[in-house]
Design a protein around this ligand. Structure first.
Ligand code: BGC
Length: 511
């Protein structure tokens, strides 16, 4: 940790509107070979929920059986209809001049029973057509095996809390590697373990909304890490030599800043990071592996106090620790925003016992002065991004980082000044981190276009392209941010003053 950084870390609450502690030119270049992309996920865009042999997944099930959990009672039955409109999607990738596009595979489109007993050929054809269309224009697919749409049949058997999922997921991964390994060079096993495990099993804020607090999320965490590692090893052992691709995991990590310079708040912020995301990064990227020590200690102590005969956090065997450690070619980072963290009397006893947040016992909030868009929780705090990238470099011996998501929600409308500001300031913070040695190799804007925003339905718009859900064609129209991003990709520089002409979007090939 540099002296300057320590000073900022220890003595400053985040200053507003600044992207980093260092002053730079307003036009800045990205390193050679740096990759730009955008992302979506299968359930959020594909639609065709029961077409051509696809079976029900946990999001189909939740939106159909408990629609009141979704802000606008909507679902992904049609979504952006990318299952039929994928050629338009690829056209947008060409308009933006992308190097890669990150998408996810729908498990039940490929394996309708959830198990690897029967492959659904029309589902395979869909992804082959999509990959071929992209590759025709030199746009590399970056493919996530699992972005939250678990087969409902597997959920009926406990989903991610059943240890057998390690094999179910590995079987699915092998099928996908066999089917598409010749076309896909960038693989991501799992998107955002924290959200899958905490929101899905320890809470009811994402499917399958099991809400088994203090237990469900920890069972899930161990199984998920082992499932990820197994998929990683399968690719490494049986596919890498032939296809030469790379494989990693995407972790969601926000920045947790101490709310004051008191040692108690500094410790609280550090612990919040350990619970929220190092829970998944420490087992994979640290030298020692395993869950972070502070988590193991705190959860074991609380479990004992609460009368549990063993810790609610399951243990890894030494063999499992070794199996998971190092199981990622890169650190896939999904980052959106920053929180201020504190600990005082007021944080005790406010959360259900047991629960993940009772285990952490911190409080957090966001400065009301930070700019927010439609998603109130995504506030523009680029300095947090810089600090997070620096923390990853320092904690894990500077792993290659692929930023696999970063984005901002706005209201409907094409003049998305907030998103433009967000992208500019976050890209600037990213360049600061690179200048100081962070090995960041790729950046992915979330999202290519508006899509089904989980519990928020279609009320929150994250797209560079706006999607008209009233039109059967799901017409996609570029927002100002699409033009701004296009120029970043074209010029490989960040020009903070660039004003695009938004009259007409063109395809200016190479692509
Ligand atoms: C998820 C996306 C989601 C985005 C915006 C990420 O956590 O991976 O699926 O749409 O955040 O909320």
């Amino acid at each position: 940790m540099s002296i300057y950084y320590s000073i900022v870390f220890l003595y400053c609450v985040l200053p507003r509107g600044e992207s980093s502690p260092v002053t730079r030119n307003s036009v800045r270049k990205f390193p050679d070979g740096f990759l730009f992309g955008t992302a979506t996920a299968s359930y959020q865009v594909e639609g065709a929920w029961d077409e051509d042999g696809k079976s029900e997944n946990i999001w189909d099930h939740l939106t159909h059986t408990q629609p009141s959990l979704i802000a606008d009672y909507s679902n992904g039955d049609i979504a952006d209809d990318s299952y039929h409109l994928y050629k338009r999607d690829v056209e947008m990738m060409r308009e933006l001049g992308l190097d890669f596009y990150r998408l996810s595979i729908s498990w039940t489109r490929i394996l309708p029973s959830g198990f690897a007993d029967r492959i659904n050929e029309p589902g395979v054809a869909y992804y082959n057509n999509l990959f071929d269309e992209m590759l025709k224009y030199n746009i590399e697919p970056m493919v996530t095996l699992y972005h939250w749409d678990l087969p409902q049949r597997l959920q009926d058997l406990g989903g991610w809390t059943n240890p057998l999922i390690v094999d179910w997921f590995a079987d699915y991964a092998r099928v996908v590697f066999e089917l598409f390994g010749n076309k896909v060079k960038y693989w991501i096993t799992i998107n955002e373990p924290k959200q899958i495990c905490y929101n899905g099993y320890g809470d009811s804020s994402l499917a399958p909304a099991i809400d088994f607090k203090g237990i469900g999320e920890y069972l899930c965490a161990k199984n998920l890490l082992l499932a990820h590692a197994k998929a990683f090893h399968i690719y490494n052992d049986d596919f890498k030599a032939t296809y030469g691709g790379i494989i990693g995991i995407s972790l969601s990590a926000q920045w947790y800043e101490p709310a004051s310079d008191s040692i108690i708040d500094i410790e609280a912020a550090e612990e919040q990071s350990q619970f929220e995301w190092a829970k998944y990064s420490h087992p994979i990227f640290s030298e020692s592996g395993d869950f972070p020590a502070v988590m193991k200690e705190k959860i074991a102590a609380k479990s004992a106090e609460q009368g549990f005969p063993r810790s609610r956090l399951p243990e890894f065997t030494q063999e499992e620790i070794e199996y998971v450690r190092g199981s990622s070619d890169f650190f896939g980072l999904n980052h959106y925003t920053t929180y201020l963290v504190y600990r005082n009397e007021s944080v005790y006893g406010v959360h259900p016992v047991p629960s993940f947040y009772d285990d952490i016992d911190t409080g957090n909030y966001q400065d009301p002065e930070w700019e927010a868009g439609e998603s109130q929780s995504v506030k523009i705090v680029p300095l947090g991004f810089y600090k997070l990238l620096t923390e990853i470099r320092e904690s894990y011996n500077n792993p290659p980082v692929y930023v696999t998501e970063n984005g901002f929600a706005t209201y409907i409308g094409l003049q998305d000044e907030g998103r433009v500001r967000y992208y500019r300031e976050y890209l600037s913070a990213l360049l600061d981190a690179i200048d100081e040695g962070c090995d960041v190799r790729a950046y992915t804007a979330w999202s290519l276009m508006d899509n089904f925003e989980w519990m928020k339905g279609y009320t929150q718009r994250f797209g560079l392209y706006e999607v008209d859900y009233e039109s059967p064609e799901r017409t996609r129209t570029p927002r100002k941010s699409a033009f701004v991003y296009k120029e970043v990709v074209r010029s490989r520089t960040l020009d903070l003053d660039y004003e695009p002409n938004t009259d007409v979007m063109t395809i200016d090939d190479g692509h």
